[in-house]
Design a protein around this ligand. Structure first.
Ligand code: UDP
Ligand code: MN
Length: 350
């Protein structure tokens, strides 16, 4: 059954069997990733909400297309008692059953933006893990902080272990008779948790803190790069990062014209400038936690205008990396309507 109320058993064997009958999905080299994302079933209350969702989705489609990942966008609730951020679990579970050919499901919140269109997931690094989230183990285990990891973007392996952890995870959610109790338990465990209701991020931290022997060794907390990053500390840099990338591109173009034969060498050298920190690296994913595009609500420590401008910056920053292949760019990250042709024939590298 596809309903999350009925536990899946022996999924590893069943999946293996399926793969045997579908030999073109070679098991040994299988690192297929399905990006899964979605939004609420109805019209957004915020008048610009659906426009933002369209742009946020376009960004994910572009990233998927460039990297050859499949993407599934869902706006149906797969379990009536699991709305909001809890909606992703029945959905991920169904996506795993519907796509035995994919090794990984990559959940990406609607309010997360891919801001480095070239960056590829380092999947080899995650080989012995089943769940990858952005987080810091000292903040989880020492500080017991609500923001020690983020549950808005994660990679989860298509396997029985994942079925089981999601069952345990969602046993703290609104479909459980103990939902209220779990809210209290989480709140007393994580002092900086903002609201009293049980949430999936707290639930995952709870599992790491209280059931570490059972789940811990298969969960990887990624902190080497912005697997997702908090928007407030990232969006102000995007203009500068954008300018320095354009400078490098122009340098490369000048060198290319002068020494066409040495072109690859120069690319290598210039690329190093950002790898070595001379130029600030693009963040991989910027996540607009605390800004609610659809409802228009936002964390009162900042304004809606800050959210809106941040999203425009991130979306246009990302889209410029897509558009240049088509010969155009937006010179002003805050002005989505102004498009210019690239000043030179852009070399198709990077
Ligand atoms: N979501 C969904 N269906 C819904 C509501 C939310 O698929 O009916 C997804 C959506 O991608 C959203 C994510 O769940 O980004 C997290 O939910 P929410 O907006 O409540 O949390 P936030 O992203 O603001 O932390
Ligand atoms: Mn989010």
């Amino acid at each position: 059954s596809y309903s999350i109320d009925r536990p899946v058993k022996n999924w590893d064997q069943k999946r293996k069997q399926w793969l045997k009958h579908h030999t073109h999905f070679a098991e040994s080299t299988n690192n297929r990733v399905l990006i899964v994302t979605g939004s609420q079933p109805s019209v957004c209350r915020n008048p610009t909400g659906d426009h933002l969702h369209l742009r946020l989705f376009k960004n994910k489609v572009d990233y998927s297309r460039i990297h050859g990942h499949e993407i599934f966008y869902n706006n149906a609730l797969f379990h009536p008692q699991m709305p909001g951020f809890w909606a992703k679990y029945p959905l991920i579970r169904s996506a795993m059953l519907a796509h035995p050919e994919v090794e990984w499901v990559w959940w990406v919140d609607s309010d997360a933006v891919f801001t480095d269109m070239e960056f590829k997931l380092p999947l080899e690094k995650y080989e012995r893990f089943n769940l990858v989230v952005h987080g810091w183990s000292n903040l989880v285990y020492d500080n017991k902080s609500w923001t020690s990891l983020n549950a808005g973007v994660f990679l989860i392996r298509n396997c029985q272990w994942s079925m089981e952890i999601m069952e345990r995870w969602t046993s703290m959610g609104p479909k459980s008779p103990d939902y209220e109790k779990w809210g209290k338990t989480q709140k007393s465990l994580l002092k900086d948790k903002l609201y009293p209701e049980s949430d999936d991020q707290s639930a995952l931290i709870y599992l790491l803190l209280k059931e570490r022997e059972k789940w811990g060794e298969k969960i990887f907390l990624e902190s080497d790069y912005n697997f997702e990053g908090y928007w407030l500390s990232l969006v102000d840099d995007l203009d500068d990062i954008s300018k320095s990338y354009i400078e490098i591109e122009q340098k490369v173009e000048i060198l290319r014209r002068r020494h066409a034969e040495k072109v690859s060498e120069y690319y290598g050298l210039l690329r190093e400038e950002y790898v070595n920190g001379i130029v600030k690296r693009r963040p991989f994913v910027v996540h607009f936690t605390g800004c609610e595009p659809c409802s228009g609500e936002f964390n009162p420590t900042y304004t809606w205008e800050a959210c809106w401008n941040g999203m425009q910056r991130a979306l246009n920053f990302a889209d410029n990396q897509v558009l240049r292949r088509f010969g155009f760019f937006r010179p002003d990250l805050l002005n989505s309507s102004l498009l210019l042709p690239l000043p030179f024939d852009f070399p198709l590298v990077w």
